[in-house]
Write a protein that binds this ligand. Structure first.
Ligand code: SF4
Length: 351
């Protein structure tokens, strides 16, 4: 489905037959609360004949977004409680998030910051950015700065070069990380000027958000390659989503395709408790079962860590399956370890 511009309203979605006319009134209610944007690059990937299209599920609004579950939270990972100054989230001692802008190229229906992102929600003012950088400058334990938002790569190369330059001048900041969906959502934005803007004296990593192997088109691969060829390693983060990547074949294909693109799978996130996203979440048990299937099925290079961001800001922890069994008791002080054959094996073998 080729569109010359990003789709941003229920009327546009109805016009291109991505939403039924009968749902339009409910989708207007969704749109009044949560932003919509589907770029031409992603609209191109939609198969209109597939009622379970994984791109549609990720980006086309759904009336079920109006149904909030009691456990869902407006600030699911507790950013606010850890924000000492505007634009900074300081949850772990040695790293901070620097939220440069609240806009994105696309708006994911499961977004954990869906209450705060959207077009026109703005970004850091000149003064707020100066205050955020000042916080980083006077906090010497900050080793890593994660540029996020929103999506920082919707900013111009000039703005990015300015921020990277000012961070580079802070001696104790050794690593700059950029979280983005732009290489898959709008690969044409990854211009040589944008890549040059991120290349500085500090170690710089791009962490790409991609959830389905179909997102890794030739254009996306070229965009990713432009970072890597410039000496900026690319890692990935994906969100485990019901009906998008929560089956063994799709998740395995996603992880392999990422590695084929020279991207190291880093995190598979359990979907956060964002409002109106219950229809897209799986259980942690289902996620653990998938991760168990991945082990042995796909190369160790392809293995991400399965992560849960504990609500209310208690931090991100791995919740993948455990291979050490304590349920059946130790044998003479040894352990029982579950192999990729699914059976328990004593360790040491003759303990
Ligand atoms: S790109 Fe990231 S911040 Fe933007 S809507 Fe998607 S998940 Fe949220």
């Amino acid at each position: 489905m080729t569109t010359p511009y990003s789709l941003r309203t229920p009327a546009e979605l109805v016009a291109v037959q991505l939403a039924p006319q009968g749902e339009r009134a409910m989708l207007e209610q969704v749109a009044a609360r949560y932003a919509i944007a589907i770029t031409p690059a992603l609209a191109d990937l939609i198969d209109p004949s597939d009622p379970r299209d994984p791109i549609v599920r990720q980006f086309v609004p759904d009336p079920r977004e109006l149904e909030s579950q009691p456990e869902e939270l407006t600030d699911p990972i507790g950013d606010e409680a850890h924000s000492p100054v505007e634009g900074i989230v300081h949850r772990y001692p040695d790293r901070v998030l620097l939220k440069l802008i609240n806009a994105c190229a696309v708006y994911c229906r499961f977004c954990f910051r869906r209450e705060t992102v959207g077009p026109g929600r703005g970004g850091l003012s000149r003064a707020a950015l100066a205050a955020a950088l000042d916080y980083i400058r006077r906090t010497p334990q900050i080793w890593e700065v994660i540029l996020t938002g929103g999506d920082p790569l919707v900013l111009s190369p000039r703005r990015l070069r300015d921020v990277v330059g000012r961070l580079t001048a802070i001696d104790h900041v050794k690593v700059i990380r950029v979280h983005t969906r732009v290489p898959v959502a709008a690969p044409e934005r990854v211009s040589p000027a944008l890549v040059r803007a991120l290349r500085g004296a500090k170690a710089t990593f791009v962490v790409l958000h991609a959830n389905h192997p179909r997102e890794l088109t030739e254009s996306a691969r070229s965009a990713i390659g432009r970072f890597i060829d410039a000496g900026i390693p690319v890692l990935s983060q994906s969100v485990l989503l019901r009906g998008v990547n929560d089956d063994v074949e799709t998740l395995g294909a996603l992880l392999r395709t990422l590695v084929e693109c020279r991207v190291k799978p880093y995190y598979l996130h359990h979907a956060d408790l964002a409002p109106g996203t219950g229809h897209l979440r799986t259980s942690i048990e289902a996620g653990q079962a998938l991760m168990r299937e991945m082990r042995g099925r796909v190369s160790g290079l392809c293995q991400p860590a399965y992560m849960l961001d504990i609500p209310d800001g208690a931090g991100k922890v791995p919740v993948g399956p455990s291979y050490i069994s304590t349920a059946d008791g130790a044998i003479d002080g040894g352990l029982k370890v579950r192999g990729i054959d699914g059976r328990l094996h004593p360790y040491p073998p003759r303990a």
